[in-house]
Write a protein that binds this ligand. Structure first.
Ligand code: GLN
Length: 467
């Protein structure tokens, strides 16, 4: 058994054919991952309870509630928090023969692009241990890329599945807003958040999407739109498919080698019979600014519930003699429990929502968001899929950007628009660039129409086969 290259579909067949028992599989993967994780640190914890070693093992980002294990969001404020209920996606995985192998590291509350803001230590990129795996789902990406996990779930609010997938050389899919229930996902920015997948190939992405998609009465934003069989639609070719390439996505400051790699991949589509069309998404230049107004606004509201009383870390018990006021408990617990990045965003969000600034920032950003949605609607009248780079650079060095938030935020420049518009998007490994003797993966982003995951999966599958 080649433990590092196991896929979900391939391994399922081995289990079904009784070539392998689930216990043998879990034992081998567990032993391998425990060792490998010492270096990579993609997992915060593993499923140690052997009675739960059942079915196909899958890793889950530590912002999804699974009963029996803590959910920390890589934050001190939720350290040791034991969920009392379970995310719908976890129920669905378990009902479909998958088991939770462990919880993966992330940027604190999914805020970041490098996994360096985790309160529990950094994750390293398996392709170069001096580099970040991307973020915020960096633990999930690194776990799959290193072979510690067959596949993983992540969440994507502004790129947190696609950017780490591109840095680690795996397939990362953010489905349409509403495609997958977010019940039991700790909310970051509720109008943008979506759960999605990390897999070693496109087929596994389709397989997992089949399992996790669909309406859920516990999530009022989940959609009743029909769920097709994503696997069945995979094998069609791309002849005649119209692929739009937006000129706004090839910008100054983009890594030249990465750009060449992405352009070559797009050229390859031509040789496969697709039609390449130059398009324009004219409001792209505002996307990052809009995101960094709307997202913090929603963050400031969603994170208000971590008040030092109902969940996790609290100074209540540290204060002797009962002199603390309720206000003290809120303030000090939050100040000590949250790291720098969540605190920065809570303050930004409170600011843009406050009286006197609301119209100038929040309301204005909402209007520009509508323009961005209209850009996509218009583009999709002309094309079936949009192809862009996933990120302007390959994986950067640990420490390179962490002290400069604005530079860090720029890594999301190509990914935030899909969240603002709610459309599905996928990152596919499309080549490598060499840096200091190391081979670093580059990702191609494929963006689709609302609820048209099938077409981006099919397009990704045919390029994957061709490459
Ligand atoms: N990197 C982006 C941010 O820091 C995206 C985060 C995410 O998608 N969760 O907000």
């Amino acid at each position: 058994m080649d433990i590092k290259n196991l896929t979900l579909i391939g391994t399922k067949k081995m289990l079904d054919d009784k070539e392998l028992s689930a216990r043998e599989l879990w034992r081998a993967l567990f032993d391998f991952a425990k060792k490998e994780n010492k270096e990579i640190h993609g997992f915060l914890r593993f499923q140690e309870d052997e009675s739960k070693w059942k079915g196909l093992p899958i890793a889950v980002k530590d912002n999804m509630l699974a009963v029996g294990m803590p959910t920390t969001c890589a934050s001190k404020i939720l350290e040791n928090y034991q969920p009392s209920y379970q995310a719908t996606v976890i129920d669905k995985l378990e009902k479909n023969g998958l088991g939770i192998f462990g919880k993966t590291n992330m940027d604190e509350f999914a805020m970041g692009s490098s996994t360096e803001s985790s309160a529990f230590g950094i994750t390293k990129n398996p392709h170069d241990l001096e580099r970040v795996p991307g973020g915020s789902s960096g633990g999930s990406a690194a776990a799959v890329a290193s072979g510690m996990a067959l596949a993983a779930l992540g969440s994507d609010t502004g790129g947190s599945i696609r950017q780490p997938a591109s840095f680690c050389g795996v397939v990362g899919l953010k489905p349409t807003y509403g495609r997958v229930s977010r019940y039991g996902l700790v909310a970051m920015a509720s109008s943008l958040d979506q759960i999605g997948t990390f897999t070693k190939d496109v087929k596994d992405a389709a397989y997992l999407l089949n399992i996790i998609s669909g309406f859920d009465k516990y999530d009022s934003t989940s959609s009743k739109e029909h769920v097709p069989n994503y696997l069945e639609l995979l094998d069609e070719d791309v002849k005649g498919l119209r692929i739009g390439v937006p000129k706004e996505y090839f910008i100054k400051g983009m890594d030249a080698d990465a750009e060449k790699t992405v352009r070559n991949a797009i050229k390859k589509y031509e040789s496969l019979g697709a039609e390449i069309v130059e398009i324009s998404l004219p409001h792209t230049e505002y996307a990052l600014a809009v995101y960094y107004i709307l997202m913090p606004a929603e963050v400031s509201s969603n994170l208000a519930r971590f008040d030092g009383i109902r969940y996790g870390y609290s100074i209540e018990r540290d204060l002797e003699n009962g002199n603390a006021t309720l206000d003290d408990v809120y303030k000090i617990s939050r100040a000590k429990g949250f790291g720098a990045e969540p605190r920065r965003r809570i303050m930004l969000g409170t600011f843009v929502l406050s009286h006197g600034y609301y119209d100038a920032y929040y309301l204005k950003a909402q209007k520009v968001r509508t323009k961005i949605i209209q850009d996509f609607n218009k583009a999709f009248e002309k094309v079936d899929v949009i192809a862009t780079p996933t990120s302007p650079t390959p994986a950067f060095k640990i420490g390179e950007k962490i002290s400069d938030p604005l530079t860090m935020y720029l890594s999301d420049i190509f990914t935030v628009s899909a969240n603002l518009a709610g459309v599905p998007a996928l990152s596919l490994p499309c080549g490598i660039v060499e840096r200091e003797g190391k081979k670093l993966p580059v990702g191609l982003q494929l963006i689709g129409k609302h609820f048209d995951e099938s077409t981006i999966l099919r397009a990704a599958h045919s390029l994957e086969q061709a490459l």
